[in-house]
Ligand binder design. Structure first.
Ligand code: TRH
Length: 386
């Protein structure tokens, strides 16, 4: 008789602080662990309603449900008694339930415990990646795992088939047609610059919309209804809802629904320029190989400024100097409320640099593709600690 080994089990913990980045990252990771690496995976989520926004199959009334092979559990104060898996991921330093930590310590072979950290291009990350942190009282060790842009980090989340899927989508009129149909939209007029907009509240947005409207080239801006809605309503001079469009001179803004994660990828692939924010959409824009503008998540201690500068230093390093200056200047104005007045002049520079930025985005994607993806690196590391 042959015994078939039970697949190893992962527990991924996601505390949704705000927005969609925490669950966006955890959901990608959990799916990849199942689909690409054949593990069993439990995903513990504190806010199923936020989860439902990016994955419409989620039923926020259920305590336990299975989607894409991932066992999804509501994570609330009343944590059940469970035997921990072989690998435990706490995303972004969310605190695991005490009862679960105690159960981990009781295992004959305690799980490999990972704190999956936020993405940063800062140099110090390489020194901290995979560092162990012993528990002060229990026989447990937690390892820090950092995503990043170099081989000395954990890499970036990227599904195995992502690049070929993008190429197939861009080569297929049929797939693109289906996307527009799903949005209940027609493609923009030929010659218009197609822009996607996903950002936090930003005093740079009203002047940007104004300059887009009066610019020479038509611009079609697709924006899921999010925190930028009030600024767009201010520009339109009326209240707006999903499905509506605003036209002003050479600018058309279309308010589209918040998409599923794959639908959002399609949007990024199609657009000529993507405005993204936070962490996960910022990474997806890089896999889209198109020029993008990053609205970094603002931190109270202003730490985001250092993070932004570190990324731009890496990303813009090989750009010709005019395009580099355009990219740096626009990011400076877009990410600093005090510099919103510089947006119009910065846009003129950025618009002229778009062809160079486009070439560069393709080169950057190819460079990143040489790295191991984060999920594979994590699996490799965790197995080595088992
Ligand atoms: O939502 P965010 O602002 O999340 C942020 C960041 O992760 C930040 O680092 C963190 O500290 C904070 O949350 C708590 O932006 P982000 O990271 O881009 O996540 C958005 C997710 O939503 C991402 O997975 C893409 C997805 N998305 C869709 O699925 N459909 C959409 O239409 C859009 C616009 C986004």
């Amino acid at each position: 008789m042959r015994f078939v080994d039970k697949p190893l089990l992962w527990d991924v913990f996601c505390q949704v602080v705000d927005n969609f980045g925490d669950i966006g990252v955890c959901w990608r990771l959990a799916r990849q662990l199942v689909v690409e690496h054949g593990f069993q995976t439990r995903l513990w989520v504190s806010d199923l309603e936020a989860f439902r926004r990016i994955e419409s199959d989620v039923d926020s009334r259920l305590d336990v449900q299975s989607i894409a092979g991932v066992e999804i559990h509501r994570w609330d104060d009343d944590f059940p008694t469970v035997v921990p898996g072989n690998f435990v991921v706490e995303a972004f330093a969310c605190y695991l339930p005490e009862v679960f930590i105690e159960a981990m310590a009781r295992q004959p072979k305690p799980p490999v415990w990972i704190n999956l950290d936020y993405l940063s291009a800062e140099d110090w990350v390489t020194g901290y990646h995979t560092l162990p942190s012993p528990h002060p009282k229990l026989p447990l060790t937690k390892y820090f795992f950092f995503p990043g842009f170099t081989a000395e980090t954990g890499g970036l989340l990227r599904e195995r088939e992502l690049a070929p899927e993008r190429q197939a989508f861009l080569a297929s009129q049929e797939q693109q047609g289906a996307f527009w149909q799903m949005l209940h939209q027609t493609p923009p007029a030929p010659g218009a610059l197609l822009v996607s907009l996903f950002a936090y509240e930003n005093p740079g947005l009203p002047p940007l919309l104004k300059i887009w409207a009066t610019g020479e080239k038509p611009i079609c801006c697709l924006t899921p209804v999010t925190r930028t809605l009030p600024a767009i309503e201010g520009f339109a001079g009326r209240s707006l809802s999903e499905g509506e469009a605003v036209r002003s001179e050479n600018l058309e803004i279309r308010l589209i629904p918040f998409l599923s994660q794959p639908g959002y990828d399609h949007l990024l692939w199609l657009c000529d320029l993507n405005f993204v924010r936070g962490e996960d959409s910022f990474i997806r824009a890089q896999w889209a190989a198109k020029p993008f503008i990053w609205h970094i998540y603002p931190q109270e201690d202003e730490a985001h400024r250092t993070k932004l500068a570190a990324f731009l230093k890496h990303y813009a390093d090989e750009l010709p100097s005019t395009a580099r200056q355009a990219l740096n200047t626009f990011h400076g104005a877009w990410n600093d409320p005090a510099r919103a007045g510089e947006i119009a002049a910065s846009w003129a520079m950025l618009r002229d640099a778009l062809p160079k930025l486009r070439e560069h985005a393709g080169r950057w994607e190819k460079k990143l593709l040489k790295q191991h993806d984060l999920c594979s690196s994590l699996v490799h590391f965790c197995k080595s600690k088992l």
